[in-house]
Ligand binder design. Structure first.
Ligand code: GLY
Ligand code: MN
Ligand code: MN
Length: 522
């Protein structure tokens, strides 16, 4: 008979303190009163030295627009918090992009922080001067040597993580007033109620579950709205915050230029490494290592998982396992971007002939993808829509596929909404906003994104490709296992589109010359 599964009393007598003490099963932590006393003495000052961030000059305008959209409401924008990777190890922290946008903070700043926009009192001098909200940045105070957390908290304690920014430092960096995040619990409910004139809450609800739960609890206690209404309010807020990032300001354009320059350096490093790794097991990883090391050296990190796809991996749209061997004669598709410290990322794809020269079929496919990209570029005029870019790209691809005898129906039938057969070889999108997120502004409405006019300040990619899977029996054998994508980053200006990534070689001749040049700079 199976053993009883009734838990023993000793098994269920676990409280939080027991859990915390469990750490002593594997690492013995000193905890005597003598030790505690000893650890707070004999330390010299250790100031975290900081300067105002360049972004701090831009966040006032961003916050003003946000406030004008939601007058009278308390707006809650969490940074997010550490996420456990396993037991007491966390993933590297990256703040939510909306938080980064509205505070101007980047890198790993700041876990557990919350930006709150509090509505100003109507009739107050602030309101009379046109101000709608007062911003407050709630942050965890420094756990320096004067605190017990100094040596107890492996997340905040400066014994563990080194000097970090606290209230004073983050205020200098952002220009925003700061407050201890422990006070958020009390502050969040101030003035909230069911009446029209009471303060109403809106939160970016997908960033930090604990804060969303708090917001929902306050709404319920104060009889403010039903849970479903709360979700709808928050979703509108998320949509607005996403669309607000579509047109980049001068600071953001500058950061994007840096991200693209660092990405070019990363591609240079890949090409220098390429000759020595051809034929080696896991050589895709070796090239990934070259790019990602550069991303950490020049920026914050990669902006998304690098795609290093050689041979039959190239038609796999998001091949990020990168575990394959780069073989002589392969086409090597690399889609990678450096995220700079401000968290803006590039998104660039180039496809290289391993060995340095495109063979005729590779060249034919590659040049068709370039032609499609050029058509997309020409369609991207101020006032045109994303859909216009899409249709221009697709017309070129469908036409060539038809000429090659691969697309068996007419070009017009395939391009019609009822057809779309050519999408078998290009099932993904071919243009998207780019910025703090690689797929930026993702919560925007259709009418603000695909269906909207492209306006000056927007940064986006154009990334056509052709993807012939190795087992695609509908294409001639010489096409099978070939994937090509070319992706560039573009800024729309008053005078038309600017290729921000123009410095990254692209034509057949330029790519071959670039590979030859880098091969000699290992
Ligand atoms: N790297 C993802 C994309 O190109 O959209
Ligand atoms: Mn892209
Ligand atoms: Mn990409």
């Amino acid at each position: 008979m199976a053993e009883s599964t009734t838990p023993k009393e000793a098994d269920i007598d676990i409280n939080e303190q027991d859990m915390a003490d469990r750490v002593n099963n594997r690492t013995l932590r000193p905890n005597s009163a003598t030790f505690q006393e000893f650890m707070t003495q004999g330390w010299g000052e250790q100031e975290a030295s900081v300067e105002p961030l360049e972004s701090s000059k831009y966040i006032g305008a961003r916050l003003a627009k946000l406030g004008q959209r939601f007058p009278g409401e308390r707006l809650i924008i969490p940074a997010g918090d550490y996420k456990t990777r396993n037991n007491d190890n966390d993933y590297a922290f990256r703040p939510d992009s909306a938080f980064a946008y509205y505070t101007g903070l980047g890198e790993d700043l700041e876990p557990g922080a919350i930006l709150v926009l509090d509505p100003v009192q109507s009739g107050s001098p602030q309101a009379q001067s046109g101000q709608t909200h007062q911003a407050m940045l709630y942050v965890h105070p420094r756990a320096d040597q004067s605190t017990r957390d100094y040596y107890r908290s492996s997340q905040y304690g400066e014994y563990w993580v080194g000097p970090r920014a606290g209230l004073k430092e983050l205020s200098i960096m952002t220009g925003l007033p700061t407050r201890d995040s422990a006070l958020f619990d009390k502050d969040i409910a101030q003035g909230v109620g069911p009446e029209n004139e009471a303060v109403h809450l809106r939160a970016l609800r997908h960033t930090d579950e604990a804060i969303t739960a708090q917001v929902e609890a306050v709404r319920k206690e104060q009889g403010q709205c039903s849970p479903d209404q709360g979700v709808a309010l928050d979703n509108k807020f998320e949509e607005f915050a996403s669309e607000a990032r579509m047109e980049k300001d001068a600071y953001e354009v500058g950061e994007m230029r840096k991200a693209i320059a660092a990405t070019k350096d990363g591609f240079d490093k890949i090409l220098s490494r390429l000759p020595e790794v051809v034929g080696l097991p896991r050589s895709e990883r070796m090239l990934e290592g070259a790019f990602n090391a550069n991303a950490r050296e020049e920026g914050n990190d990669v902006g998304y998982g690098s795609i290093i796809a050689s041979g039959t991996h190239a038609p796999i749209l998001h091949w990020m396992r990168n575990s394959g061997t780069v073989e002589e004669g392969d086409l090597l598709l690399i889609d990678a971007g450096v995220e700079v410290n401000s968290l803006y990322t590039a998104d660039i794809t180039r496809t290289f002939p391993v060995g340095g020269h495109f063979n005729p079929i590779q060249k034919q496919i590659y040049e068709t993808v370039l032609e499609a990209q050029q058509a997309g570029f020409e369609a991207a005029k101020p006032g045109a829509t994303y859909s216009d870019i899409h249709h221009a790209v697709m017309r070129v691809l469908a036409t060539r596929l038809h000429e090659w005898g691969i697309l068996k129906v007419s070009v017009e039938e395939s391009l019609s909404p009822q057809g779309q057969q050519h999408r078998r070889w290009h099932a993904c999108g071919c243009a998207h906003h780019l910025g703090l997120d690689v797929h930026d502004c993702a919560e925007a409405r259709y009418e603000s994104y695909q269906g909207a006019a492209i306006t000056p300040g927007m940064i986006f990619t154009i990334e056509p490709g052709l993807y012939f899977k190795e087992n695609d029996m509908m294409v001639p054998p010489e096409f099978r296992g070939i994937g090509v994508r070319v992706e560039d980053d573009i800024l729309m200006t008053e005078n038309g589109p600017e290729w921000l990534s123009k410095q990254i070689p692209k034509s057949v001749q330029e790519v071959e010359a670039w590979m030859a040049e880098r091969a000699h700079q290992a």
